[in-house]
Write a protein that binds this ligand. Structure first.
Ligand SMILES: N[C@@H](CCC(=O)N[C@@H](CS)C(=O)NCC(=O)O)C(=O)O
Length: 218
């Protein structure tokens, strides 16, 4: 019997070229689908021309949203999608992010504050970001290489896309590199990027940079 597609996930991207866009939340959901070897299709949503149905499914108009094809149920948002998949496809188990370490879970807002800081606040905001990175490094030194030790877990699927955005965009837009002394963080980034799930869900660094550039003060 031919394998059937179970899910259709709407993600940021270009419907024409079918290129994946720069959404860390879509990335989290896609990593989860890949890690669980789920059978799925992607629907690419252009943010310049969002379809009406997206607002019916999710009034916020954000992605990811995922349709369960056999019953038409929609699951909205990367956290709910990850938890839903954990319940539906228990193996391999990634657990639920809510039950796992929260280390560096606030790193993206810290990065946004650094990225959008006035010159006068920049050093302080950089320090706050670095404090999160330091904590992550300490955690990984003691418990790594992944947040789940030897195992890639739900918290890794949530964190690694954000860390990737920070790594790429801070370098390009702020001339800031994650300090080389944070070796466990660098090892983490490399290890995650070598996973088949990451390779299957990559998108261009140029999209990441352009996306964040749009959020900077001109
Ligand atoms: N809490 C949501 C956040 C999703 C989200 O913010 N997605 C962004 C893209 S990265 C979005 O769709 N934004 C809509 C827009 O900018 O128009 C989740 O975890 O899925």
């Amino acid at each position: 019997m031919a394998a059937t597609t179970t899910y259709d996930i709407a993600v940021k991207g270009d419907p024409k070229s079918k290129k994946l866009g720069d959404c860390p939340f879509c990335h989290r959901a896609l990593l989860t689908l890949e890690e669980k070897k789920a059978s799925y299709d992607k629907t690419y949503i252009s943010f310049d021309n969002k379809p009406k149905w997206l607002f019916e499914v999710n009034p916020e108009g954000s992605v990811p949203v995922m349709k369960v094809l056999d019953d038409g149920k929609w699951v909205v948002g990367s956290g709910d999608i990850a938890d839903y998949l954990e319940d539906q496809i228990p193996e391999p188990s990634l657990g639920k992010a809510e039950d796992q370490t929260k280390v560096a879970s606030g790193i993206l807002p810290k990065f946004v504050q650094f990225l959008t800081a006035d010159k006068a606040d920049e050093a302080e905001k950089q320090k706050a970001l670095e404090t999160e990175l330091d904590e992550l490094n300490k955690f990984l030194e003691g418990n790594g290489p992944y947040l789940g030790g030897d195992k890639f877990i739900a918290a890794d699927a949530a964190l690694s896309p954000k860390l990737h955005h920070i790594d790429v965009a801070a370098k390009a837009l702020k001339g800031y590199s994650i300090p080389s002394s944070l070796t466990a963080v660098h090892t983490y980034i490399q290890k995650v990027a070598s996973r088949p799930s990451w390779k299957a869900t990559q998108y261009s660094d140029d999209f990441v940079i352009a996306g964040w550039k749009g959020k900077m003060k001109s």
